[in-house]
Design a protein around this ligand. Structure first.
Ligand SMILES: [Zn+2]
Ligand SMILES: [Zn+2]
Length: 256
């Protein structure tokens, strides 16, 4: 298993070295995202706990399982959509996401560099996405005050979604680890955690399938039903932009 002692050297100019050279604004943006996400998750947890006794009924267990499964699927789909968007459309040189787009695309060429990225750097940026979705679910729970079962379900979904999305890069690393303990292997076999078998199909091919990073269920359903190709055809029809144009050009330069 990778540990800091055998980390590969970070070549100057690589995405990995760029990811470690954060400006004060970059750092503040990540810290703010992480703090807001934690605040939303604490509020959702407190609201869940205070409504548990009023919501209690044996059927609540089923409702909680449905909320957990739905939130996990939504987080998996979100991870797939973000990965697909960064691989397919965004620029490595322009826009607010250029640093993350560079990292995601260079990962195709140097997969093990993800183990050099700091947890806080990744999760701070992703917290903006996870925290936003969790906030919407938490706000919805305030719209149904007379239905404690719904409040508990929505708050549980907010916590699961916020955590899953902000930790998706950590889940992704489990899809690359060569040595894994018994518990991660069990979670991967049960479909709760992204497995190498599933994720490496993204790396073996043209990097145009198997985008999802939580557990891959959205790939095995929506992805196989043509969801991402359909979105690409729609975007090309509306904008005229071809998918993966910049990615193809960058890969051609790197392998030359
Ligand atoms: Zn990967
Ligand atoms: Zn990719």
């Amino acid at each position: 298993m990778w540990h800091p002692g055998n980390a590969p050297a970070r070549p100057a100019g690589s995405a990995a070295s760029a990811a470690h050279r954060l400006s004060a604004v970059d750092r503040a943006f990540r810290i703010l995202g992480g703090c807001l996400n934690v605040a939303v998750l604490l509020l959702a947890t407190a609201r869940l706990v205070t409504h548990l006794s009023r919501a209690w009924h044996p059927a609540l267990i089923g409702s909680c399982l449905v909320a957990f499964a739905a939130a996990t699927f939504a987080a998996d789909l979100t991870s797939g959509l973000l990965h697909w968007a960064f691989d397919t459309w965004f620029s490595t040189t322009r826009g607010a996401f250029r640093r993350m787009v560079s990292i995601v695309r260079e990962h195709h060429v140097k997969p093990d560099e993800i183990f050099t990225f700091r947890f806080a750097t990744d999760s701070g940026m992703l917290s903006w996405f996870g925290g936003s979705g969790a906030f919407v679910l938490l706000a919805l729970s305030w719209a149904v005050p007379g239905h404690p079962v719904l409040v508990v379900g929505l708050c549980l979904a907010a916590v699961v979604y916020g955590l899953d999305v902000s930790l998706m890069f950590e889940y992704h690393k489990w899809g690359h680890r060569r040595r894994r303990g018994r518990l991660p292997r069990l979670a991967q076999r049960c479909g709760l955690l992204l497995s190498p078998d599933h994720h490496l199909r993204h790396h073996r091919g043209a990097h145009d399938s198997h985008y999802c990073l939580i557990n891959g269920l959205a790939d095995r359903t929506l992805g196989e039903w043509g969801f991402f190709r359909g979105l690409e055809r729609l975007i090309t029809a509306v904008t005229g932009v071809q998918p993966r144009a910049e990615d193809h050009a960058m890969l051609a330069r790197l392998v030359r």
